[in-house]
Design a protein around this ligand. Structure first.
Ligand SMILES: Nc1ncnc2c1ncn2[C@@H]1O[C@H](COP(=O)(O)OP(=O)(O)OP(=O)(O)O)[C@@H](O)[C@H]1O
Length: 259
């Protein structure tokens, strides 16, 4: 991780206005993410995590405040986003899905072929490259989304609960695959999860949000050295303490959001 700030969010607020009322998704959020840092956002349902990511992805406008993503290269996209599901294009083959962003940028064919091949290999889908998404399992579809996001070589990666719909065993495998690709590419990642275990396994830093309207209320640095495995995280006494700290916080906030 470098000391350079890659994502800077300053006093950001998002209000959705409807006919007779308004909903404040999150309020006065300020956050800095360093280049190469892996940050997980954890908070109760409805606290504005997805909305914050959508703003960083340019899919929504903030109501007030500002943010910036620092760009190292004019040729790279600013961000790629990985969603929980429905991130694949059903009428394209696996390799066409992975190459999609690169094709949209009209990059040289040979570069696209090589880049696609590298990431298909990294996510274990090389032998499935000519298949269509409906011939694949949920885990394989998420691998396509991850391969496409990294193949695009964006300045930052935004991931919105990418493993939430998977069974636990597939989730563990994909988490470790993601960590392995991330350690090679050192991308800056902002990752939303409801899973405390997942946040402890993946993050350099965990940012906790309050119940709706979301605010950042606490941050935790994850001290386990990398590379990490779920077994190490589960066997580590300090991590067990962190788990309880995060759970205590979440429990209170979830109760508040239900109240
Ligand atoms: N397009 C929209 N129009 C109106 N309200 C919206 C819109 N999108 C989100 N909201 C509201 O903003 C708040 C935050 O929603 P958001 O989806 O960002 O929360 P979240 O923390 O990602 O929730 P979850 O963890 O359940 O996915 C919610 O109250 C939601 O109803």
């Amino acid at each position: 991780m470098s000391n350079e700030v890659k994502i800077s969010i300053e006093d950001l607020t998002k209000v959705f206005y409807k006919k007779n009322n308004s909903v404040t998704a999150f309020k006065n959020v300020s956050l800095e993410v360093k280049e190469g840092e892996f940050v997980c956002l954890v908070g109760p349902s409805g606290c504005g995590k997805t909305t914050l990511l959508r703003i960083l992805a340019g899919l929504e406008h903030p109501s007030s405040g500002q943010f910036s993503i620092s760009a190292d290269s004019d040729f790279r996209p600013l961000q790629s986003m990985v969603f929980q599901e429905k991130g694949v294009i059903p009428w394209l083959t696996v390799e066409e899905n992975v190459a999609f962003g690169l094709n949209m940028r009209h990059l040289p064919k040979e570069f696209i072929r090589k880049q696609t091949d590298i990431y298909l290999k990294k996510v274990g889908l090389r032998n499935f490259s000519k298949l269509y998404p409906n011939e694949l399992s949920g885990g394989m579809k998420q691998r396509i989304s991850i391969a496409r996001a990294f193949a695009n070589d964006p300045e930052i990666l935004l991931m919105d609960e990418p493993f939430a719909a998977l069974d636990e065993q597939n989730k563990f495998i994909l988490q470790e695959e993601l960590l392995s690709i991330w350690s090679e590419t050192k991308k800056t990642v902002l990752f939303i999860t409801h899973s405390i275990d997942e946040a402890l396994l993946l993050s350099d830093r965990i940012v906790l949000m309050s119940a709706h309207p979301g605010k950042i209320v606490h941050e935790i640095k994850v001290p386990i050295p990398r590379p990490r495995t779920m077994e190490q995280v589960r066997a580590n006494a300090e991590m067990a303490e962190q788990f309880i700290t995060i759970w205590n916080h979440l429990q209170q906030e979830v109760q508040r959001s239900r109240g």
